[in-house]
Design a protein around this ligand. Structure first.
Ligand code: ADP
Ligand code: MG
Length: 256
């Protein structure tokens, strides 16, 4: 096939999911899903437990393969053909719910170790980082609000601070698309406030998909909301549109 004949998605899409079905032993966790995110968007995905939200992220990151359907990243990269490692290296960064930081290393070292050049633990720890890498680490530390805790062991951070550190570790790999699964789960009110600020800041130079249950938080960050239900897209729109949609009220918001 010549390049002109390769199937591709519209050029302004960071994520293009078409007719996606994921079956687990015949059970369709994702059922003929169509889902499109444009470059630079901050999209929130909500839906009741079991709606398929985490499975969708699993497909995007290559952990789970589509049973049928297509998933394109950045318009022309067919993700269904790639391994998890390849996908991570393409610039898709996923933040899991439980933070996984190196507890015995300092906050600074956690970021340094996450740089593409910091892959060798030894190199980063013997502080052979270039000036440019040091600037990058310091910039990231201030962006995630942890500059003053740079020298503390990561294990001493609060739950919320560990979440921010993990976001910083993702940013160190310079992703284009950030996938955040319930980023404020377990956070205090103050930490949640700071996370709202952080996500708005990150949205200036990333495409972001946030999966979230906390409706108050969704209201504060959402521009466009997609509601998943039983593996398909139930509706999409502003928070106000989604909240007043009778189908959404029935399957999700109405449950309190
Ligand atoms: P959500 O994140 O929206 O709560 P999930 O994507 O985790 O939903 O799950 C969607 C459905 O798929 C659920 O019914 C879940 O039990 C099922 N499921 C998810 N992963 C697997 C798996 N590996 N094997 C079998 N069923 C699964
Ligand atoms: Mg989930």
């Amino acid at each position: 096939m010549s390049p002109e004949q390769q199937p591709r998605a519209p050029h302004d899409t960071i994520l293009y999911v078409e007719g996606l079905t994921v079956s687990f032993d015949g059970f369709k966790a994702i059922n003929n899903l169509n889902f499109i995110v444009e470059v630079g968007e901050l999209r929130v995905v909500i839906g009741p437990n079991g709606a398929g939200k985490t499975t969708l992220l699993d497909v995007i990151t290559g952990k789970v393969k589509p049973t049928t359907g297509r998933v394109f990243y950045d318009a022309d990269v067919d993700l269904s053909a790639l391994t998890e490692n390849r996908i991570a290296n393409l610039g898709i960064g996923r933040k899991f719910q439980t933070p996984t930081v190196y507890v015995n290393h300092s906050v600074y070292e956690n970021i340094a170790l996450s740089l593409p050049t910091g892959k060798s633990v030894w190199r980063a720890l013997v502080s052979t980082l270039t000036g440019r890498d040091r600037d990058t680490v310091e910039g990231l530390l201030s962006r995630i609000g942890l500059a003053e805790k740079a020298s503390q062991p990561a294990g001493l951070l609060s739950h919320g601070e560990k979440q921010w550190l993990e976001i910083g570790m993702l940013l160190a790999q310079d992703p284009q698309l950030l996938l955040l699964d319930e980023p404020v789960a377990g956070m205090t009110e103050q930490e949640t406030d700071a996370t709202v600020e952080l996500i708005h800041d990150l949205a200036d130079d990333h495409s972001i998909i946030v999966i979230e249950h906390d409706m108050e938080f969704v209201q504060r960050i959402a521009r466009k909301v997609s509601v998943l239900h039983e593996g398909t897209l139930l509706c999409e729109g502003t928070m106000e549109q989604v909240q007043s949609d009778p189908r959404v009220i029935e399957v999700y918001l109405g449950r309190g």
